[in-house]
Design a protein around this ligand. Structure first.
Ligand code: ATP
Ligand code: MG
Length: 365
C-alpha cells in the first residue's frame, strides 16, 4: 500500500515538471521520495548528468538508497547534518566524498531541497550535485605550496640569523683577540731590537700573518652579513658589492636605482641582496661578460630587481629543470624569491647574455 503511494508521489505533476527541467543540465540531479523511515529515501529519478558523474545508469539506481554512493571516506558529520536537515524539512548544503560505480572517489558539492505538495507536505527531495574534485585538488595544492613557502622562509630566516651570529662572533671575539695578539707582538718586537736577525725576521713574519688573518676574518664576516646592508640599506650595499666585484675582474658593473628613499623590510633587503650577490657571482664565474647592470626600481606598487649581463648565456630552461645541474645558485635564488613572496624569472640563451628578474608586489610589505 505504502509503496503504491510513493510511486504515485514520484510521478506527481510537480516532480514531472522538475524531471523535464533538469534532463539536460550539466549538474547531476537526483530525486528521492520523502520516506525517512529506515532504510531512508529511495531514488525515483536521476538525470544523464548523474550517470556521467557516477557511472551508474538510471536503471541501476532507481529504487535504491543514495547511500549506494557513500563509503568509508564520506564524512559522517556531514551525513548527520544532512539527516537532521531532511527530518526538519530544511534545505541542505554541504561537501563530501562520494564513490563512483568503479569505486573511485570524487569530491562533491551537494544541495538538497524538499519538494512540497499543494498542502505543504514534503513529497520528494531534489539533490543537485557537482563534482568539485578538481577545485579541491587545486585548493590542496595551494595549501601545500603555502606551507612549503612558509617552511622555506623559516629556514632562510634561521640561516640568516645564524650568519649574523657567526659574523658578529668572528668580528667581535676573534677580531678582538687578533688585535690583542698583534699588540703584544708589537711590544715584543720593540724588546727584541737588540737580538739577532733571525728572531727579528720571525717576529715580522708572525706580524704579517696576523695582518692577513685580520683582513680575512673581516672579509668572511662581511660576506656572512654585510654591515652596510643592516646599517644603510640595499642601494649602498649593492653599490659596494658592484665595486668589490668590478675591482678584481675585467668586467664593468653598473648599478642604478630609483624610488628607494625609504628602507624596505629587513627580510626583503636581505633576500634581494642575496639574489643579486648570487647572480653577480654567476656572472663573474660563468658569463665571461664585458658588462653587467643591476637595476633596483621601486614604484608605487612594486619593487623590481634586474641583474643582466652581456656574456655567454646558457640554456636556462634546461638548467632550471635540473638537467646537467651543477650548482645550487639558481635554486637558491628562486627559493629566496619565493620566501619573500616575489616572482622570479631567469632568461638566458646561449650567446645572448642572462637576465634575472625579481619582482615584489606591494613593495614587499
Ligand atoms: N650569468 C650566467 N652566465 C652564463 N652561465 C650561467 C650564468 N648563471 C648561471 N650560469 C650557468 O648555470 C649553471 C648553474 O648555475 P648555479 O648558480 O646554479 O650553479 P654554479 O654557479 O655552477 O654553482 P654554485 O652557485 O652552487 O656555486 C652554471 O654552472 C652555469 O653553467
Ligand atoms: Mg652559482
Amino acid at each position: 500500500m505504502k509503496k503504491t503511494k510513493i510511486q504515485k508521489n514520484s510521478v506527481s505533476s510537480e516532480v514531472r515538471l522538475l524531471q523535464a527541467a533538469v534532463q539536460d543540465t550539466e549538474d547531476s540531479v537526483l530525486i528521492t521520495d520523502a520516506n525517512l523511515d529506515p532504510p531512508g529515501p529511495k531514488i525515483v529519478f536521476v538525470n544523464p548528468g548523474f550517470s556521467k558523474m557516477t557511472g551508474y545508469t538510471s536503471e541501476e539506481v532507481i529504487g535504491k538508497s543514495p547511500r549506494l554512493m557513500q563509503g568509508p571516506n564520506t564524512d559522517r558529520k556531514v551525513l548527520d547534518r544532512l539527516k537532521h536537515c531532511l527530518e526538519n524539512g530544511e534545505p541542505f548544503f554541504g561537501e563530501a566524498i562520494n564513490y563512483r560505480k568503479d569505486g573511485t572517489e570524487y569530491f562533491l558539492e551537494w544541495h538538497i531541497s524538499p519538494v512540497r505538495d499543494a498542502a505543504g507536505k514534503i513529497t520528494h527531495f531534489v539533490s543537485v550535485q557537482r563534482d568539485i574534485s578538481e577545485r579541491k585538488r587545486a585548493e590542496e595544492l595551494h595549501v601545500q605550496f603555502q606551507k612549503q613557502k612558509a617552511r622555506t622562509a623559516a629556514i632562510v630566516e634561521t640561516q640568516e640569523e645564524e650568519r649574523r651570529r657567526i659574523a658578529k662572533e668572528l668580528h667581535d671575539a676573534l677580531g678582538q683577540m687578533l688585535v690583542a695578539a698583534k699588540f703584544n707582538i708589537d711590544i715584543l718586537e720593540d724588546q727584541l731590537e737588540a737580538t739577532g736577525e733571525t728572531t727579528r725576521k720571525l717576529t715580522s713574519d708572525v706580524k704579517n700573518l696576523l695582518n692577513q688573518i685580520m683582513l680575512e676574518v673581516r672579509r668572511i664576516s662581511y660576506n656572512l652579513m654585510p654591515s652596510i646592508l643592516e646599517d644603510f640599506g640595499l642601494p649602498p650595499a649593492l653599490n659596494q658589492l658592484c665595486e668589490q666585484l668590478s675591482k678584481n675582474e675585467n668586467l664593468r658593473i653598473q648599478f642604478v636605482y630609483s624610488g628607494m628613499e625609504k628602507r624596505l623590510p629587513g627580510v626583503v633587503e636581505i633576500g634581494l641582496y642575496r639574489i643579486a650577490q648570487e647572480a653577480l657571482n654567476n656572472i663573474v664565474k660563468h658569463a665571461k661578460a664585458h658588462e653587467a647592470i643591476i637595476q633596483l626600481i621601486k614604484d608605487k606598487k612594486t619593487v623590481t630587481l634586474i641583474v643582466e649581463d652581456d656574456g655567454l648565456g646558457f640554456n636556462s630552461d634546461e638548467a632550471e629543470r635540473g638537467q646537467h645541474r651543477r650548482g645550487m645558485g639558481l635554486i637558491n635564488m628562486r627559493e629566496r624569491a619565493e620566501s619573500i613572496s616575489a616572482l622570479f624569472s631567469l632568461n638566458s640563451q646561449p650567446g645572448r647574455g642572462t637576465e634575472v628578474i625579481v619582482q615584489l608586489k606591494d613593495n614587499g610589505r
